[in-house]
Design a protein. Structure first.
Length: 148
């Protein structure tokens, strides 16, 4: 039996982000959010090194360092970043947004946009930026939405 849409049961595997300093960015995501290195790879002929990071929940983030990458324009936050085509943030869902923000602050990571109510009903969010200015949204689904 074939499905009309082969993607109807697909799940999200990972997001990949280009970074200027792989080692520093791996440390940042470990300290700020608790990611651990699952695997690394090096492609010397094309000047790329990668690290696939993972959270205990299974969420994955791939970081790639290229010797010839160019930075994207700096942004003042998510609204500003949306003005540039392409990726402008990725998001993690947590059970307690305030606790997540406190943990990031203890790791020395400033909250770019403090916890706020989202347009999407039953959701709160905050934004952080990694060392290259890539934006990370952290969201909390309020209890009544999480149960549905």
């Amino acid at each position: 039996m074939s499905r009309a849409n082969p993607f109807e049961t697909a799940t999200f595997d990972h997001v990949a982000v280009s970074v200027s300093d792989l080692d520093a960015t791996v440390a940042f995501y470990g300290d700020a959010f608790g990611f651990v290195v699952e695997t690394t790879a090096s492609f010397p002929t094309i000047g790329i090194r990668t690290a696939l990071l993972r959270l205990p929940s299974g969420a994955r983030l791939e970081l790639a360092e290229s010797s010839i990458s160019v930075p994207r324009p700096p942004s003042a936050g998510p609204a500003d970043a949306a003005k540039t085509l392409g990726y402008y943030h990725w998001a993690l869902e947590v059970e307690d947004l305030e606790l997540a923000c406190e943990a990031a602050a203890q790791a020395g990571v400033a909250c770019l946009v403090p916890p706020s109510n989202a347009v999407r009903e039953g959701m709160r969010y905050a934004y952080f930026a990694d060392p290259d200015g890539n934006l990370i949204e952290v969201v909390e689904l309020l209890a009544e939405k999480r149960e549905n």
